[in-house]
Design a protein around this ligand. Structure first.
Ligand code: DON
Length: 305
């Protein structure tokens, strides 16, 4: 299989597409990003890194951070997490509130916003937000082997000023007793983890532990084998919100999207893939990123099915 040629074709096809989706505007700072960009990076299990397009340009990872935050929270409290967050697809938008009333403030899964806010509450662990945020940054730097990864404070401030839905979700869950710290501290942690900036190259490298059955490529374990499998399972079933079924149907690879236009996709035993293009489809997932992964899965046979 000529992976560099496949990646070159995917970059060329992305460049020629007219319908690039719509850049997220509910976080004002994200609305300023140029929708003409597209990047891809593939880190393979045999140690290669194949890239194309704007693969070195930093973007806001947003909800992709929920994968790393979940990994940290499971490391802190293990399976106790599942008493506070479910493991089922929600069938609703990423920022929906409707199920929380019917299900006593227990979010359906850790990747919808409500679930990720509970995970941020766990990661706070009685500390100040800067401690939890510092831990998260150190973690993604260690995973990627890159100390250059940083938080875009302007993006974090932009969401802090406008994140009223998340404030509602967090307050609502606090009323059910499922948020233990003051809401502003929990959201401070959550908004900053979402505002981490990474390039496709950095993100593909950071995802390698999930393709390597939980091992760090430089040696040692990040998580156990069974935990890596479970995180991948959640990415497949819940990683694209109410479009998770369609993503599994079209791509067939565990994936986590973010409203910054990035997607991290994991082919267990084979590849960690990051794609990025800022324009989103109607479900809030990258339009060109999804098409690129569909083409990649088709040409490589990397669907897990
Ligand atoms: O909480 C929010 O709304 C954003 N910080 C993250 C949402 C997101 O990335 C949804 N993904 N497609």
């Amino acid at each position: 299989m000529d992976l560099p040629a496949i990646i070159a074709d995917i970059v060329a096809h992305a460049a020629s597409r007219e319908d690039r989706g719509t850049v997220a505007s509910y976080i004002p700072e994200l609305a300023k990003v140029d929708p003409g960009q597209f990047g891809i990076a593939v880190a393979t299990a045999d140690g290669r890194l194949i890239e194309g397009g704007d693969c070195a340009t930093g973007f806001s990872i947003q909800s992709i951070s929920k994968v790393f935050a979940l990994t940290l929270a499971l490391g802190k409290i293990g399976d106790q997490l599942w008493q506070r967050v479910g493991r089922e697809p929600s069938g609703n938008a990423f920022n929906s509130i409707v199920q929380l009333e019917q299900e006593q403030g227990i979010p359906r899964n850790p990747f919808i916003n409500a679930g990720a806010v509970v995970v941020a509450d766990v990661n706070l662990g009685g500390h100040q937000p800067r401690v939890a945020i510092g831990e998260m940054l150190r973690f993604v730097r260690y995973l990627a082997g890159d100390d250059g990864i940083a938080i875009n404070e302007t993006v974090a401030a932009s969401e802090t000023a406008t994140g009223f839905r998340n404030m509602a979700l967090a307050n609502y869950m606090r009323a059910f007793g499922n948020i233990h710290h003051p809401v502003d501290l929990v959201l401070g942690t959550y908004f900053h983890q979402c505002a981490i900036e990474m390039s496709c190259r950095q993100l593909a490298l950071a995802g390698r532990y999930l393709m390597l059955d939980g091992r760090h490529p430089e040696g040692g374990r990040v998580v156990s084998s069974s935990r890596a499998k479970r995180i991948n399972a959640l990415m497949l079933t819940c990683g694209h919100y109410d479009a998770s079924g369609d993503f599994a149907f079209r791509v067939g690879i565990p994936g986590k999207s973010g409203v910054g236009g990035g997607i991290l996709a994991i082919v267990p035993g084979r590849a960690s893939i990051a794609v990025w293009s800022p324009g989103l489809n109607e479900n809030g997932n990258s339009q060109l990123g999804t098409l690129a992964l569909e083409e990649l899965a088709h040409r490589t046979g990397w669907s897990v099915f």
